[in-house]
Design a protein. Structure first.
Length: 417
């Protein structure tokens, strides 16, 4: 329950929460676009830099320290995501990894093959595979969105994923509607037809416990800046696929996994920060192993966020002028996209920022296919509020008061779109 969650101690871990603009506390509701960074991550980055930065595989201590740090970071990520250590590769971000992997998979795709993407996904898990299809003469097929439930039409899965399908890309959770997709049937169907499965877990990792081994997917992608860390991308590639994955690389660069996907010098200080972010989650949990502590820590985060989310959802559903794009049932992250009748989304977020110091985002959030299907572009797409474990009940009350005040003050001047 929320009353048992150590919210005050959690908030002390996030220095950005101390920011004030014009003497007013900033309220961060933009977690889906990137969470604030926990102090453990900041300290880990600073400690690495302060103690001497170096490149890899040297005979001197700072180089050896960097090698050791990267090994430990990979182990921490493996414990967080439930995968093998040698399946973890670091990079710039999820999108860069997706394009690099798509290029590497080109030799696996032939003219006439099919690649399946979804209407629910962020374009980072769509466009790399569309590009791959165009380059190789393959056909792109979409697993469609059900506009009533804001989830995928899973009853069409077997007819969309066919024996001609060579790759299926699906998101774990929508960064707009919060829908958490049941991935197991999708991955199972991909295996039945001999297709590779790619999971975008960027919006899932901050809210949902991950077990790559249990999922059985071939590739999973995420980014640390969505779970309290720095801007570092993470790719998990199934060992047997990773071993045979051809990559574009410099001739002297390592050819073994996982290093062969890590082109050029990595963001070492950022990777050190990833360990700090994982440490924060671990300390919220309990258990004999780090994996157990991470799972229970994620459970504590989820339980707290869901209680706050219930308050937000009940409020938004009660406001006649609001259209909430959120499933009525099923598992969801604490992420809410909505429109207000007669009002442009940017007008709403600018007003909340000016009058309530709230970081509330607007736009299509790169879920442009879904935005087209749901026809929200005429109103500037969505207003989005997303919760993180540092948000409070009091902040939710302020959001409710702020949105109510906005509607009351502006309703007479509403412009019909």
């Amino acid at each position: 329950m929320a009353d048992k969650f150590p919210i005050e101690q959690v908030r002390e871990r996030f220095p950005a929460l101390n920011r004030k603009d014009d003497g007013r506390q900033v309220i961060y509701f933009d977690g889906p676009g990137g969470t604030q960074m926990v102090d453990y991550a900041l300290e880990s980055m600073y400690r690495y830099i302060r103690n001497g930065m170096a490149n890899l595989h040297g005979t001197f201590n700072t180089s050896a320290d960097t090698d050791t740090m990267l090994d430990k970071a990979r182990e921490a990520v493996a414990d967080l995501l439930g995968c093998k250590v040698n399946e973890v590769a670091f990079g710039a971000n999820m999108t860069t990894h997706a394009f690099a992997i798509a290029r590497s998979l080109a030799s696996f795709i032939n003219e006439g093959d099919e690649i399946v993407v979804t209407e629910l996904d962020h374009r980072a898990n769509v466009d790399p595979w569309i590009t791959l299809a165009k380059d190789r003469g393959a056909e792109i097929k979409f697993l469609k969105l059900d506009p009533e439930t804001y989830s995928l039409k899973m009853d069409e899965l077997e007819q969309v994923v066919t024996p001609k399908t060579k790759l299926v890309a699906v998101g774990m959770s929508s960064n707009v509607t919060g829908t958490v997709t049941d991935l197991l049937p999708v991955i199972k169907r991909a295996k039945e037809v001999g297709a590779l499965s790619v999971v975008d877990a960027v919006h899932g990792v901050p809210h949902v416990s991950i077990d790559v081994e249990e999922l059985g997917c071939d590739i999973l992608l995420c980014s640390a800046y969505k779970f309290f860390g720095p801007h570092v991308g993470i790719a998990v590639v199934r060992e047997s696929l990773f071993e045979k994955l051809p990559v574009y690389k410099l001739k002297p660069a390592p050819a073994e996994i996982p290093y062969k996907l890590e082109t050029g010098t990595q963001n070492h200080e950022g990777i050190a920060g990833v360990m700090g972010a994982i440490q924060f989650i671990e300390e919220l949990g309990y258990g004999e192993t780090r994996r157990e502590r991470l799972l229970t820590g994620m459970h504590a985060i989820d339980e707290y966020e869901q209680e706050l989310a219930g308050e937000v959802e009940n409020f938004l559903r009660s406001v006649p002028e609001v259209t909430l794009y959120r499933a009525a049932s099923g598992r969801k992250t604490p992420t809410f996209a909505f429109t207000i009748e007669g009002h442009h989304s940017r007008e709403v977020t600018a007003w909340l920022a000016k009058n309530y110091n709230m970081c509330v985002a607007d736009g299509d959030f790169y879920a442009s296919t879904m935005a087209e299907v749901l026809d929200v572009y005429p109103t500037g797409c969505w207003v989005r509020i997303g919760l993180a474990p540092y948000n409070t009940k009091e902040e939710i009350q302020q959001f409710k008061a702020g949105l109510t005040a906005y509607i009351e003050q502006h309703q007479k001047n509403a412009v019909r779109f």
